[in-house]
Ligand binder design. Structure first.
Ligand code: MOS
Length: 734
């Protein structure tokens, strides 16, 4: 049976629900000590004094590490490249400077977690504070550095002329707040030295990145570092970069002479490990009476940090989604004294699509056009920026399928025109899109004498289903039943794979696994046809197929033998092969993106302004779906997060101090089961072979894209109130 596409339950599901899966903080090491991070309580200034004497004398305390006694790390040497400094976003206790509230300023290491926590409270810090730059509106703006593949300042056609000619114009400002990642598993690192070799058990989306960057920060050779991360309890982008605590754990372990475990508390997830930056996006859109877009101008300001830059590239969807006659996008950064922001699920697309897809909706009302019809009127048949074809695009079909399943044709267009009893009912929709990303990846496959196979790639399963889909890809390529294939990941001792970010794991690692397995199978076939004792002897390798653990003649499946038999007669050694896959020149020929359409029904209480979302229908075009079940979970997780983004999620910064006031899961609101209604998800059949040999684009991020706009558009339809500031809380509706 072909396994790719099947709704196989997670191969690691039982391990996870029985607690047998070992997450980063759960690796039992002998003599493990526990570390606790102490954070700054001012946003900018210097540590005038830090008194650690009392803490150091407390029971069980092994060491207190601050800028006064922390191991000295490599610093940038003028002109010298060989001693590379740590990545600029890290705070590694090398000086007394405070650059944001919540910055790591000390680490306490003790026999037990409680002793370390207790001692951390006994540390006395005095600051010499300086005025912090914490006013987004007043911040001096500057342009971010251009990134290859992600132009920020773009222009085509004459937007001024387009706006002047337009019969309808929209000019609106949309804002999105700071948001913080809250995976179930917080960041966690166990660091263990054996001589000059370091092992890190780390909750990360990028084991090879942690290996390279921790080595760079510590000034040791990358070969001396091994990073292990077999299970990750959610990443969402915050585990894509390596943050300070990883290196601090290694420094602490060296200081204590013991393995050290450092787990961030929930509250510590709200400053030193990234956030989605807040954005302010202005849209100016002009259209003619028929609804053709003549001009689109998208100006974005996102916040960044003093310490290091991060840009939320909100114009990514704007640049490719509609065939507007002219378009201009700009991006600026407002620098604040806060922790460095970072990638959060669909960085740029999630926040950018909120503004774009609301602006298009506003234009639809201005034109008295159906929002779907307006989008179809401006459907981009090819990439409107690069003027090259899409590798595959079925967005028209997405609109059609989702609209039909939702019942969109029964919508009455006027705001406040639909009700269920007293409740205001609103129907809104939006487009989703996310780029098809891919990076080089390697894998290894080995068929054992007992007819089972081991397949490895140094990738990650951040809850996405990598174990499962790679087992399926491997089983098909090897011709083995699923249960005979064991796929392993999460160790830098394995062949290198890229960061599990940008929705690229399936698309990058899948082809490498496919190639390794195909190569191992081909080796086995070559052994069989060359073996006089094999029933396949003398046949051409191309006449032989592998399926169900057997090699058989294609033309005559009766003729064949078990794979194990071939190995047994040929030295009894496992047959292994490497696989290596990387993107080629296809990006120059094709514009590669996934697409989708999401339709939302909201119920708004006319007196209280509370918004409920009883149902959502969405349809996606993501190329080949490797596993119908894990794919659905990815889409659904993204959609649910989109609901949170629309209605609840916001880091309430206290801008006097640059500190999150709701840094816990009681006050930082995300949707729970009771907030989520029916979600109908369809993934169209597809096979984007221009992109890779599996035809599969990533699906980790597209689910969140467009959802906030669809909700906002539905809220407008229900209430006649256009809320352009997320989240849409009840105070904005009454
Ligand atoms: Mo994703 S935000 O690129 O982990």
């Amino acid at each position: 049976m072909i396994q790719i596409g099947q709704a196989i339950p997670r191969t690691d599901g039982r391990l996870k629900v029985t607690g047998a899966a070992t997450f980063s903080a759960e690796h039992p090491l002998p003599r493990m000590a526990h570390a606790v991070l102490l954070q700054s309580t001012i946003a900018r200034g210097h540590i005038a004094s830090i008194d650690t004497a009392r803490a150091a004398a407390m029971p069980g305390v092994l060491a207190v590490m601050s800028h006064r006694n922390a191991p000295r790390l490599p610093r940038e040497k003028p002109g010298g490249e060989e001693q590379k400094p740590p990545p600029p976003r890290l705070n590694l206790l090398q000086d007394d400077e405070v650059k944001y509230n919540g910055q790591p300023i000390a680490v306490v290491i003790a026999d037990t977690l409680e002793q370390a926590q207790d001692a951390a409270r006994a540390i006395k810090v005095r600051y010499a504070a300086q005025p912090a730059r914490l006013d987004f509106k007043a911040a001096k703006l500057r342009k971010p550095k251009e990134q290859p593949d992600r132009p920020m300042q773009t222009s085509r056609g004459d937007v001024q002329a387009g706006l002047a000619q337009a019969s309808q114009r929209i000019d609106a400002l949309y804002t999105t707040p700071v948001e913080n990642h809250n995976p179930m598993e917080p960041h966690a690192t166990i660091a263990s030295w054996e001589g000059d070799r370091l092992t890190l058990y780390d909750a990360t989306q990028n084991i090879s990145g942690v290996k390279k960057n921790s080595a760079r920060a510590l000034g040791i050779a990358p070969e001396k570092v091994r990073v292990v991360s077999p299970y990750v309890g959610g990443g969402f982008g915050c585990k894509g970069n390596m943050w300070s605590h990883v290196v601090l754990a290694a420094m602490a372990a060296r200081m204590a002479g013991r393995p050290v475990k450092l787990v961030l508390e929930r509250t510590q997830m709200f400053a030193p490990v990234g956030a989605r930056p807040m954005t302010e996006q202005r849209f100016r859109v002009g259209a003619n009476a028929q609804g053709r877009l003549l001009a689109v101008v998208h100006d974005t300001i996102s916040h960044t940090a003093t310490q290091d830059d991060f840009t939320e590239p909100c114009s990514s969807p704007t640049r490719i989604l509609y065939a507007s006659d002219s378009l201009q996008t700009t991006q600026q950064l407002a620098t604040l004294d806060v922790g460095v922001p970072t990638y959060m699920r669909a960085p740029g697309e999630a926040s950018g699509s909120f503004a774009l897809e609301c602006a298009i909706d506003e234009m639809a009302y201005a034109l008295k056009m159906d929002p779907v019809a307006l989008r179809l009127q401006n459907y981009a048949e090819q990439d409107p920026e690069k003027n090259i074809p899409f590798s595959a695009k079925q967005l028209r079909e997405c609109y059609k399928v989702a609209a039909e399943r939702f019942g969109w044709s029964r919508r009455t267009s006027a705001p406040r025109s639909m009700r269920a009893g007293r409740t205001l009912v609103g129907w809104g929709m939006a487009t989703a899109t996310y780029p098809a990303n891919r990076m080089p990846a390697k894998a290894w496959a080995s068929i054992a004498p007992d007819g089972t196979a081991q397949v490895r790639s140094g990738s990650h399963d951040i809850g996405t289903g990598t174990y499962t889909i790679m087992t399926q890809v491997a089983a098909d390529a090897l011709g083995l039943p699923l249960e005979k294939v064991r796929f392993e990941l999460g160790d830098t001792a394995m062949p290198e794979a890229p960061v599990s970010g940008g929705s690229m794991t399936a698309a990058s690692v899948g082809p490498a696994v496919h190639r390794a397995c195909t190569a191992a199978r081909d080796k086995l076939v070559a052994l069989a046809v060359a073996d006089q004792s094999s029933p396949l002897h003398g046949f051409n390798a191309s006449e032989v197929e592998a399926a169900g653990g057997w090699l058989r003649l294609r033309a005559n499946p009766e003729r064949g033998e078990p794979m194990a038999a071939v190995i047994a007669r040929n030295g009894g050694q496992a047959v292994s092969a490497d696989g290596d896959a990387k993107p080629g020149e296809e990006k120059k020929q094709y514009s590669m993106h996934s697409f989708g359409a999401v339709f939302v029904e909201v119920h708004v209480d006319p007196d209280l302004g509370t918004v409920r979302v009883p149902r959502i229908a969405a349809c996606y075009d993501v190329g080949t779906v490797l596993n119908a079940k894990t794919a659905r979970s990815q889409f659904m997780g993204g959609i649910v997060w989109g609901l949170g983004m629309a209605l609840m999620e916001k880091t309430e910064m206290d801008w006097r101090y640059g500190r999150a006031a709701n840094a816990n899961l009681a006050d930082y609101h995300v949707p729970v089961n009771a907030d989520v209604g029916e979600i109908d998800i369809v993934a169209l059949p597809g096979n984007d072979t221009h992109f890779n040999e599996l035809g599969a684009r990533g699906i980790g991020e597209i689910g969140i894209v467009g959802v906030a706009a669809a909700v906002a558009n539905a809220v407008y339809h229900a209430t006649g109130k256009r809320v352009r500031d997320l989240p849409i809380t009840l105070d904005k509706l009454v």
